[in-house]
Write a protein that binds this ligand. Structure first.
Ligand code: MRU
Length: 342
């Protein structure tokens, strides 16, 4: 099952909003459809939205009718802008846009179109390779008998590749280690219960689903050996934005003396931001809080807030697992070093 697949002149994705009830594939022929799919989380997860955005840009570029290169680039800019405004927190979309911009330096329009398609495929291949590699690197942190608590969804669906946090879990399982996973349901959109529980069950990895508010109970009773989750953007000092609720888990982990691991490809690291305070946090529709699966559960007109991510200060993070190795404090020095080294 390929969560994101390029079919030459169209993009095919798993519609993640339909899981776990139905495994539905949808195909897009225009970039506007891809932007809309990213906004409503049909495709979601930091690396996966980066890959989908890259293919979306290639689709949009393919449809440009321009007399000359200057006109082509004006129209391309409009497409890039649409993707840049789709979701603000995950840096992977912006990384993809930067790479696609560079690929658009070819001589004529036809060559640019081909270069953009090639670059999108290359971004996808890079994410697949990076997530598989970091998963095998991180697997050594999981020991026999462990209970690993994970939050949100950081599996193949979220990465268009092997997975990050769930990739590590999968790699450790494939190595024959015996352990269990606790997945938080991840309110408000339930990526943990709808996607993580489903992906782990597909691989026959033992998983127990809990509500987000139960995490402290299990951690405090010594029932969890480590917290392991993904990231949407990591600032130069190691501060990490991830799904709302990650920060609370980090504080719980530190208070109870268990490691808190972040798994992410280096494409998620944003050295241009000094600290997490500069990471833009997406505010989503309050209806995602007042409603579940379209059913209102809160009083009509109640005020609701819906920040989709929070930032975990680096002091709570035991290690960041990347395809270039496991990085620990001092993050400011060590993240820079792994980005610079080939
Ligand atoms: O809003 P989402 O579902 O796109 O948020 C996803 C997450 O927060 C994931 O944990 C993160 O992107 C890591 S995915 C490998």
């Amino acid at each position: 099952m390929k969560p994101v697949e390029w079919l030459g002149n169209k993009l095919k994705i798993v519609d993640q909003t339909q899981l776990p009830g139905k495994l539905v594939f949808v195909e897009f022929r225009s970039y506007t459809e891809v932007v809309a799919a990213i906004k409503v989380l049909k495709v979601r997860g930091a690396p996966a939205v980066g890959v989908a955005a890259a293919y979306g840009i290639a689709l949009g570029a393919g449809d440009i009718q321009a007399e000359n290169k200057a006109e082509f680039l004006i129209q391309l800019d409009k497409i890039l802008h649409a993707f840049a405004s789709a979701r603000p927190t995950a840096v992977n979309i912006f990384r993809a846009i930067d790479r696609m911009k560079k690929a658009a330096s070819a001589a004529d329009c036809a060559t640019i179109k081909q270069a953009l398609t090639d670059e999108a495929k290359s971004i996808h291949a890079d994410e697949e390779a990076a997530t598989e590699r970091l998963s095998h690197i991180g697997a050594r942190l999981i020991k026999d008998g462990f209970v690993v608590l994970t939050h949100c969804n950081a599996g193949p669906l979220a990465t268009a590749g092997y997975g990050t946090a769930l990739g590590i879990i999968k790699a450790a399982w494939e190595q024959g280690k015996k352990f269990e996973v606790i997945a938080t349901e991840t309110r408000p959109l339930l990526q943990g219960s709808r996607l993580t529980a489903w992906e782990l069950m597909q691989d026959n990895i033992p998983v127990t689903l809990i509500t987000d508010s139960m995490a402290g109970y299990f951690i405090n009773r010594g029932k969890v050996n480590c917290v392991l989750l993904g990231a949407d953007r990591i600032a130069a000092n190691g501060d990490t934005a991830n799904k709302i609720g990650s920060y609370s888990l980090a504080v719980l982990a530190k208070e109870n003396g268990i490691p808190f691991y972040v798994a992410a490809p280096t494409s998620t690291i944003d050295l241009s931001l000094k600290s997490g305070a500069q990471i833009p946090i997406e505010e989503r529709n309050p209806e995602e809080v007042t409603h579940v699966a379209g059913i209102r559960l809160a009083p009509r007109d109640v005020k609701a807030a819906n920040p989709a991510f929070d930032v975990t200060p680096h002091k709570y993070i035991t290690a960041i697992i990347t395809e270039k190795g496991i990085v620990r404090e001092p993050y400011a020095k060590n993240l820079k070093r792994i980005i610079i080294e080939k």
